[in-house]
Design a protein around this ligand. Structure first.
Ligand code: SF4
Length: 429
């Protein structure tokens, strides 16, 4: 029997593609595993090509497995995903150990090829969930039409393509049947969902319909685009108890000049009005955003404006990156990446220090409150859980004292006793 190991690099969207490949391979009779140290004679690497660091990690992983093939530790090596989509010719020329390179949207082809070669063909579009069995990512669209000046994603993934609502509903019903209770909805741009397929934005309708499927305990929304945001989705969030009061929306910057140069199609005033309206419609809303330092032309004044914005908005969750020029983007072709790396990094550190203080203050406000948590895993002294405001992998966790036995995947009410910047300590009530 052949064992195929799939190694996933990059984001949760890649993880969903890996899960589909795994399911198709196991349906075809192959032993398909996700990562881990166990033996596998065939390896598929699902690469990321988003930014410099991610590209480097993908190339290093390919080289590591190429060496394993040279040493006879594995027999076949395949590469798929964003990096392979973008640099297929160059990679093919340089790394001869790889049996075949596949693109970003070729996950059905790779699964079909391996099924034909080693198993029996499978036509199933099902997936094997690799996250803890109670939560899953739900990819509702591929691609992006926005072409922000710093971002290579539209060059890799192509035009925006929504999945039909009925197909997404079927997938959710299937996953609920397998024990999934929490759905983390993802797309490069949630706001545009439906426009290509139905001629109108359909995110509010989609979320409303998914929330009515029996067994769906939590739905959480990731990666909204601020311009043309479909505000009605906030009403769905306010009215449907299983839609988490949480929105991941990347704002990138607040200076009008920087936003314009980034080609974000929104101003500072519009951004503030958008956030105020979201918070007005959804009491208790937790916003996660992503910001960028060191975009070409960002002056010290622009950066100070960004700091003031973060201080004023007090985002519940925030991540930030230093600008990194990406080949082929509008930014790379039209602007000078002139801000020194150490300046970009210092600005990033100042931003994150500020956020750590804000996060600590907001976390402390939760002390004494009763919250519902889902338990993800067990550690020596605690169960580790999350609230509706905590997305897996990126957000704070809740450490629940082991006063009694809890079930992984179970939902419990806890009382918060202590707060750290990125963790809460709680007891079950
Ligand atoms: S909306 Fe997001 S994925 Fe699309 S170009 Fe902008 S940053 Fe990239």
């Amino acid at each position: 029997m052949h064992t195929v190991k799939v190694v996933t690099l990059g984001c949760s969207k890649n993880l969903v593609d890996s899960e589909r490949v795994l399911k198709m391979l196991s349906n075809a009779g192959l032993d398909a595993v996700h990562e881990g140290d166990g033996y596998a004679n065939i390896v598929i690497i699902n690469t990321c090509g988003f930014i410099g660091d991610a590209k480097e990690e993908s190339v290093n992983t390919i080289l590591e497995y190429a060496e394993a093939k040279n040493n006879g530790k594995i027999e076949e090596l395949y590469v798929m995903g964003c990096l392979s989509e973008r640099y297929r010719d160059e990679l093919q020329k340089e790394i001869h150990e790889v049996d075949r390179f596949y693109g970003k949207f070729d996950w059905t082809t790779i699964a079909d090829d391996l099924s034909r070669k080693h198993g029996h063909p499978s036509l199933c579009y099902d997936r094997t969930i690799t996250t803890p069995s109670h939560h899953a990512y739900l990819k509702i669209a591929e691609g992006c039409n926005r072409f922000c000046a710093f971002c290579a994603i539209p060059l890799i993934t192509g035009r925006y393509k929504s999945r039909p609502i009925e197909e997404i509903e079927d997938e959710v019903r299937m996953l609920v049947g397998r024990g999934v209770k929490e759905f983390n909805v993802i797309a490069q741009d949630l706001s545009g969902y439906g426009q290509d397929l139905y001629g109108v934005q359909k995110l509010p309708e989609l979320v409303d319909r998914l929330s009515r499927i029996e067994g769906v305990k939590w739905i959480r929304l990731h990666y909204a685009y601020p311009a043309q945001f479909p505000m009605e989705v906030m009403d769905v969030m306010a009215n449907r108890p299983n839609v988490c009061a949480y929105l991941d929306i990347a704002l990138q910057h607040i200076s009008d000049k920087v936003l314009l140069n980034m080609r974000r199609h929104i101003t500072a005033d519009e951004t503030r009005a958008l956030l105020a309206e979201m918070r007005r419609r959804v009491p208790g809303l937790h916003i996660r955003t992503t910001l960028m330092t060191g975009f070409p032309g960002e002056t010290e004044e622009d950066f100070e404006e960004l700091l003031r914005f973060v201080e004023e908005q007090r985002f519940e969750r925030m991540g930030a990156f230093a600008y990194c020029e990406e080949e082929g983007t509008y930014g790379a072709e039209n602007y000078d990446d002139s801000i020194p790396e150490d300046v970009k990094q210092k600005r990033l550190d100042r931003l994150m220090d500020l956020q750590e203080r804000i996060s600590m203050e907001l976390q402390q406000q939760k002390i004494g409150h009763r919250l519902e948590v889902v338990i993800d895993r067990e550690e020596e002294e605690f169960y580790v859980g999350r609230t509706q405001w905590d997305s897996p992998e990126v957000d704070p966790e809740v450490l629940v004292k082991k006063d009694r036995t809890l079930m992984i995947g179970g939902f419990y009410e806890v009382e918060v006793k202590e707060a750290l910047p990125f963790e809460l300590i709680a007891v079950v009530v």
